[in-house]
Design a protein around this ligand. Structure first.
Ligand SMILES: Nc1nc2c(c(=O)[nH]1)N[C@H]1C(S)=C(S)[C@@H](COP(=O)(O)OP(=O)(O)OC[C@H]3O[C@@H](n4cnc5c(=O)[nH]c(N)nc54)[C@H](O)[C@@H]3O)O[C@H]1N2
Ligand SMILES: Nc1nc2c(c(=O)[nH]1)N[C@H]1C(S)=C(S)[C@@H](COP(=O)(O)OP(=O)(O)OC[C@H]3O[C@@H](n4cnc5c(=O)[nH]c(N)nc54)[C@H](O)[C@@H]3O)O[C@H]1N2
Ligand SMILES: [Mo]
Length: 716
């Protein structure tokens, strides 16, 4: 992104960088309006402290400041440090829980000084599972590393298979490559229960039932192997376990697969044949497919398809889930995990799964307190047990809006004995529960270095403008807090500049020592802004064809259809279809017959931007709507425009019905917004569950059952 700054130091224009081979000079609609966010009048510009006696809980939007008073950074840092020290001394440092995700994805902003701080403190570690863990673990089981077809090469594909991937909405910069491929005769097939714009524009949209992708992938394998459409030479050279996979796939006849997915047997066959016989075929699997209970296995089974048909051999073929494996940052030096040994624990702290925040805040540490009426928690296999959480430190995340099982999260956040600090830019669903709010910078106001998960360029993000008000970066905040805690290690005094050099692993000659980055120096990066990783430096002469030479970093060194790693954990070494418990196949479907997809918004970034008028306007058509199939609406006497109540055992939500052709029968869809922007003070995560995926222990936002009725009639 290029930022134009005027003589007074004010950013006046943002635009895409025309020299960037992937973004090619354009920004997506929401980031094109980024200056509205930077200069929004409601930005928090000073540290704030909750007023004495002001209760925690939802404040009306626009009046949140009434519950807070301005304090100096000095006072805030001293008070927070004193409180953390006292809590650590009394309950042990593991009673302090950091909570962060992807507010900024820069290497420094995402995880650097903060990690050092919490390691040194001995705070609980956060397992960051809310987005991509199921798919990431799955991909690595098959291929060892997250690499894929360069986005620029999608132009050369003859078939693009978008699987659980809302390319037009969420991955805008890949779309022009696909358009170009189609101009050259490529076909686009989309597998998504929801008719996204990507799906509407496709040659073939398969509106698969949620959570049945494992069956479809195995059914495609069945047809491919049955008809001899696999690439035997590639399989023999590059893969492990095809015999076992073939035996498993034999069970998944097109007829059985049709029964689960809602497709016809002929469609399953047609899909398998066109995929196997058109090369180059590029699979764009995205993270939508892995937000189901069986999402790890789904991603794993789908990931095997390009290996089965040898699609990796062709430039423009293969596939992409993420390219993040190309960026070998020197994380150890940036994060310094060994600081845990200097903490009062003297060891690595327990791990708490961020996708079960509600349980973490309400159940941890309650063992043996039955008499107080709290109850024995179920066995917490997602975390070691230990002390209750007494302090929560939130940054880069808005769990009040994005975490599943919102009622449990809010019960936890509202605990009067919980000390909560939030570092963010706006009052939001989480700051309503904060004891202290600290003002954060936008990426225009701090320096960072970036990798990517959809392309192969290392990028330097220069500070363009001075921080607004007293806003401060994540790096600054945790460095300062460390001083107040009395942490004397020199690493807490390092600057963003020094840490950028560490992330790059700069050697004595100024060149990076990170694998694949040896040609990069800080000066060159400053000059160019973006530089490709080594294997992508000359794509025309030496195109990057992932997974075409051995060894890979899997245990067998090959692509693994069969996984000894899983077998050793007592898990099925081969993919098998297990219907999600929360689906039309599960026991609860009698009471809650509709599958709910609590989607992202095309015009927000998760919960980011939802408070800005311009973005809200762009989102007006789907904002607070429940999209329904005409059959499900008719059965409930619902028409477009009716207020409807959507509920399950975890919570309820009032939305406006939008009866359209976007979802298949039995499926309803909502869209992300801040909870406090809804009339009832909850968003769609009041319906989602803390159940975790089969691989990666990730969130299951797309395995949710609900019932719907016209509002105004009592639920029961
Ligand atoms: N505009 C916009 N762009 C974004 C974001 C945003 O909030 N807004 N968020 C960013 C983030 S954090 C991420 S992780 C990426 C994610 O980008 P995507 O991976 O595209 O993720 P989702 O939008 O969660 O899901 C993609 C599609 O999967 C479909 N889906 C749901 N369940 C199933 C299923 O069982 N099977 C199949 N085949 N499909 C299913 C959904 O209907 C959806 O259209 O996007 C990023 N880009
Ligand atoms: N129902 C449902 N829930 C979902 C999803 C879904 O599809 N459906 N998607 C899930 C996914 S894929 C993801 S990735 C998560 C995303 O969850 P989050 O990572 O929490 O994403 P955001 O909602 O964008 O919140 C990021 C916050 O960080 C703040 N921020 C931005 N930059 C900085 C900074 O430099 N410093 C600090 N301290 N703060 C900063 C922003 O203002 C914002 O409030 O949500 C998940 N939740
Ligand atoms: Mo995400």
């Amino acid at each position: 992104m290029l930022v134009t700054v005027d003589a007074a130091g004010r950013a006046v224009k943002v635009q895409g960088d025309p020299a960037h081979p992937v973004t090619q000079g354009f920004l997506c609609g929401k980031v094109a309006k980024y200056l509205d966010r930077v200069y929004a009048p409601e930005r928090i510009l000073y540290p704030l402290k909750r007023k004495l006696g002001a209760p925690k809980g939802p404040q009306p939007h626009g009046r949140e400041h009434e519950a807070f008073e301005r304090v100096s950074w000095d006072e805030a840092l001293e008070a927070i440090a004193a409180r953390l020290k006292a809590i650590a001394a009394r309950h042990g440092p593991e009673s302090i829980l950091p909570y962060s995700y992807a507010g900024t994805m820069g290497v420094l902003g995402y995880g650097s000084m903060d990690r050092r701080f919490f390691f040194r403190l001995g705070a609980s570690q956060l397992d960051r599972t809310i987005c991509s863990e199921a798919g990431g673990v799955a991909w690595n089981l098959v291929y060892g590393k997250k690499l894929g077809t360069p986005p620029e090469d999608f132009r050369l594909a003859k078939l693009v298979l978008a699987w659980g991937a809302n390319i037009h909405g969420n991955n805008a910069h890949l779309w022009p490559m696909i358009e170009q491929a189609r101009r050259n005769g490529a076909r686009l097939i989309v597998i998504d229960p929801y008719r996204t714009r990507t799906a509407a524009l496709a040659d073939w949209h398969i509106a698969i039932r949620p959570g049945t992708d494992v069956a479809l992938a195995l059914g495609m394998m069945h047809v491919i192997l049955n008809e001899g459409l696999e690439d035997r030479a590639y399989i023999a050279g590059m893969t492990h376990g095809v015999e076992q996979l073939a035996e498993r796939a034999r069970e998944y006849t097109p007829e059985r697969v049709a029964h689960w997915t809602g497709m016809s047997a002929a469609e399953v066959e047609r899909l398998a044949r066109s995929y196997a016989t058109t090369q180059p075929a590029a699979l764009r699997m995205n993270y939508g497919v892995q937000r189901c209970e069986n999402g790890g296995t789904a991603a794993r089974a789908i990931a095997m398809l390009p290996a089965l048909v040898g699609a990796w051999k062709y430039r423009g073929g293969g596939g992409q889930l993420s390219t993040s494996g190309a960026f070998a940052w020197n994380k150890r030096e940036v994060e310094r995990p060994e600081l845990a040994l200097a903490s009062p624990l003297g060891r690595a702290a327990r791990v708490v799964n961020m996708s079960a925040l509600g349980r973490a805040l309400t159940e941890l540490g309650t063992r043996g307190r039955e008499n107080e009426g709290i109850g024995e928690p179920e066995a917490l296999d997602w975390t070691a047990d230990g002390p209750a959480v007494h302090a929560l430190f939130v940054y880069n995340s808005n769990p009040g809006a994005v975490a599943p099982n919102q009622n449990a999260v809010r019960r936890g956040l509202a605990r009067p004995d919980l000390f909560t600090v939030v570092h963010d830019l706006f009052f939001n669903d989480t700051t309503d529960y904060a004891d202290y709010i600290l003002p954060a910078t936008t990426f225009l106001e701090h320096t960072d270095i970036q990798g990517a998960y959809g392309h192969y360029f290392v990028q330097l993000s220069n500070q363009a403008i001075a921080p607004l008000g007293e806003a401060r970066s994540n790096v600054w905040l945790f460095g300062q807090l460390a001083q107040r805690m009395g942490f004397s290690e020199a690493c807490f005094r390092e600057t963003a500049e020094e840490m950028t050099g560490q992330a790059l692993g700069l050697g004595p000659d100024g060149h990076s020592t990170n694998p694949g980055m040896e040609h990069i120096t800080l000066d060159a990066l400053r000059e160019k802004g973006h530089m490709p990783v080594a294997f992508h430096r000359d794509p025309e002469e030496q195109p990057f064809l992932p997974y075409t030479s051995l060894p890979l970093s899997t245990p067998t060194g090959k692509i693994e259809f069969y996984s000894e790693t899983l077998a050793a954990q007592g898990l099925d070494p081969l993919p098998a279809f297990v219907p999600p418990a929360e689906s039309r196949w599960g026991g609860e479907a009698k009471r809650y017959p509709l599958e709910f997809l609590g989607r992202k918004a095309d015009n927000y970034m998760n919960s980011t931007f939802a408070n800005l008028d311009g973005h809200r306007k762009m989102e007006a058509k789907t904002r607070h709507r429940l999209e329904m199939h005409p059959e499900d609406a008719r059965a409930r006497g619902i028409e477009s425009g009716d207020e409807v109540r959507v509920w399950n055992d975890r919570g309820e939500l009032t939305l406006t019905a939008l009866v359209n052709g976007k979802v298949p029968a039995g499926v309803v869809a909502g869209h992300m917004d801040w909870a406090k922007m809804h009339a009832g003070g909850s968003n769609q995560n009041v319906l989602t569950s803390e159940r975790l995926t089969d691989l990666g222990a990730a969130a299951t936002f797309y395995s949710v059952l609900v019932e719907v009725e016209k509002a105004g009639e009592p639920v029961n």
